[in-house]
Design a binder for this molecule. Sequence first.
Ligand SMILES: Nc1nc2c(ncn2[C@@H]2O[C@@H]3COP(=O)(O)O[C@H]4[C@@H](O)[C@H](n5cnc6c(=O)[nH]c(N)nc65)O[C@@H]4COP(=O)(O)O[C@H]3[C@H]2O)c(=O)[nH]1
Length: 901
Amino acid sequence: MKLFTAVLLSPVSILMIVLILLIELVWLPDISSKVLDERVAEVSRSIHLVGETLQLSPTTSQQWLPSLNVDEVKEGSWRKIFLISPDTNDTQLIPPAEYANGARFISFPVKNSQLIVGAWINSHAVLLHVKAPVRRFEMTVLLWGIFFSVLSVLLQQHMLFKPLRQLTREIDEVVASGNVTALDNSHVKGALFEPLIGSLTKMCHAIKKKCVEFESAAKQSLIDEERLNKALDISRLGCWEWILKEDRFWYSDSLTSILLIKDNQQLNLESFISGVHPADRSEVVKKLRKMRDDAQSVELCFRVSALSGEYRHVQLLSTVVLDSQGGVSRICGICQDITEHKNIEASLKKLSSAITHSGSSVLITDVIGAIEYVNPKYTETTGYLLADVVGQQPELLSRKLMKPDCYESLWQSLLSGQHWRGELRGRKKDNSTFWSLVSISPINNEYGELTHFVIVCEDVTELKDAHARMERLALYDELTGLPNRRFFFSELSRLFEQDVMEYPSVVMLLDLDFFKTVNDTQGHAAGDRLLIEVAQRLVGTLQDGDIAARLGGDEFAILINPVLDVDQIEVIAQRILNEISRPFYINEHELQISTSLGLAWLPKDGNTPEALLKHADLAMYQAKELGRNQYRFFTESLHDQLQAYIRFSREMPKALETNSFILEYQPQVSLKTGAIIGVEALVRWDHPELGIVSPQRFISVAEETGFIVPLGRWVLKTACKTLKHLALHQMSHIKVAINLSSRQFRDPNLLTMIRQMLQEYDVDPACLELEITESLLMHDIGLAIETLKELQALGITIAIDDFGIGYSSFNYLKTLPINVLKVDREFIKDIPDHLDDMEITAAMISMAHRLGMTVVAEGIETQVQQVFLEEHHCDIGQGYLFSRPIELSKLMVLLTKQDAK
Ligand SMILES: Nc1nc2c(ncn2[C@@H]2O[C@@H]3COP(=O)(O)O[C@H]4[C@@H](O)[C@H](n5cnc6c(=O)[nH]c(N)nc65)O[C@@H]4COP(=O)(O)O[C@H]3[C@H]2O)c(=O)[nH]1
């Protein structure tokens, strides 16, 4: 069909069709008409000849010939020609008789015998004659035309369309593959297309080149876009546009995180404003409206907040875009996250305010030390305003007021970029000088170049004065003016550092007997006065070069170095004892005290200052134990005591765990009835190596180490168990007294512990007696009284132990909540030999009774003592005369026997 159309539409076919159409429509009709006319003329001539032949008068004939009506009738392809006599009006058709040359001649008689000659000419036959060669010609032309058309179409197909299709396919493939340079022309045959292919290839290369250019431009544009986005991201910047007509905001991606909005969130004025921090909203709305209404560009700083509570500071810069009528159509601008700037600004503000309001003077100088800034504190301290000193070098850094080596080291460290700190002297506007603790820090810029110094000065003039005072205080006792413990210790240490000691030295330690009581009864001022006078007397007993120091409280130390005459030491010691035991007159009161002296030789009695002092201390305690107002030298046996101390303090906690402590009970007998009415619980230590150890050996150690607290708890618990045991055996009238040391008494848990114990063992508090000593009351008398009252409120009885041996005073005793007074064994033991003791004992019993107290006499060993006490109405007796301390089982036997009586 395609081929047919191609052939039909080929130029040859069209030319041929035009030619045939011309022949058929123009030339053939014309020639046919001419041939037919010629034939008619010829037949007319024949008919004429027939007329002549028929002898029709030529005239006549000629007359009628012209009038001969030759009627041409077209009837089918025939043409009839008639020759009619002029007179004849009536014509009758007579069928043709003869044909010749396409004409049929007829003759037929008509009315009046006249002849009518006629002829029919078969025009079809005539024209056929004419058309036949034409038709042949046309046929020939048609055939050749078709031939050439087909040929041309085939040639076109072969030479034009096929390569063209191939080329098209190639181009399609290239287009599909996108590889413009890959045009393969090997399949495209025909020289016709070579220029085209050449041009196409060129075009491809040109396109390729353009593509490459385009691609690289596109790549570059992508890179540029990415860079731009990165730059926007890094600078925390975004673009935005407010399309007013639609009330819609367009914004760049980077703004999502800046404005804390969701990805692709549609924004209009309302939703945009809803993201603004509530406190900033009204201002933002006002400014945006102003922009819109007044076509003004504005700059806005505000906060945006997210639902999470997070908020950021942003800065909005805008410009208005006008439409053709001059109205504002859009507002566009940029928006930057300035949170960090704001934070930095805030911290800078803080820093600046801190510097301005700093309590220290702050100066900022340039790199050569010229002042650029001073804060108000500097002005306050020195009197200089910024205007007075700007551009000048601070005096602090000048050579004038600094030692040369200090100046050198300061500038050396500063110029090497290091911080410097030290004390410098400055000068005020009034020319007076002051001391500053100066801290100088070099400031580098972002390139690491030294640009400034920040100098912070603390006025330490007062501090320096105080320091000097403190140094004095650090080495000297403020009250007495004597060297203090530190001074004494360092002097002692200095001696130990000597390699060879030509002469020995001696250390004396002393503390005042009953000083605490003086303090409590006469007041602290009197106590202080006493200490001052003691110090003066001590110094008075010594020679130049000897050191008397106050170690603290009522404790003094003396260093005699060197000791040229060993025998003289005892003389000095005795002199000291004498001096201290001389009465003191303070506030018009006569005070009599004594002291106990402990002496240790250097280097014999200690390898270190600590050991030497410890040994002198031990000797002093021994002097105290031996009755005070005496001196003792350190001996090896004292050293043994020290060793025991160390050993006991280590072993006691374990002993408690292994139940190595035992409680014994010493009966207390009513001197009226002779019946046992109570017991004193006394602890012992059943030591695996030492056997039964007396409390006199370990209680002091336990007190010093604090172990007395758990040990005391154990004693109380055991005593409560015993009380419960006694109650079970119907002996609930028997009281148990336990000793309470001062360390236990200061334990804040004491009351709670006692309450719990009483409750746990269901003990009647009235059966429990707590024995305290006077020394226990010395620490904080107010607190002690309060505690005792609380214990009494529980129903517990309080007894004061060892009464009479201290600075006991009935005046003082009456203020205390005490139920029982125990007269110490010291007063009993020498009855009846010492009249003094007997008188004192009698007085004590009598006074105690007046104060409503029960009196217990300790250490009764003889009948005489018992009788004496009974005579003086002592209530209760305790001592070996009645019983030694015994274990519970033996006590039970004793009590059972008594009950049986
Ligand atoms: N020469 C002689 N001595 C007599 C006579 N009658 C009693 N003694 C002894 O005198 C001491 C009386 O106890 P203290 O004055 O409370 O003196 C007690 C007390 O202060 C303390 N102590 C004992 N047990 C405890 C305790 O559980 N806790 C506390 N904190 N201290 C305790 O140990 C000190 C000594 O206790 P002990 O060695 O048991 O010595 C007991 C006792 O055995 C006598 O007729 N002649």
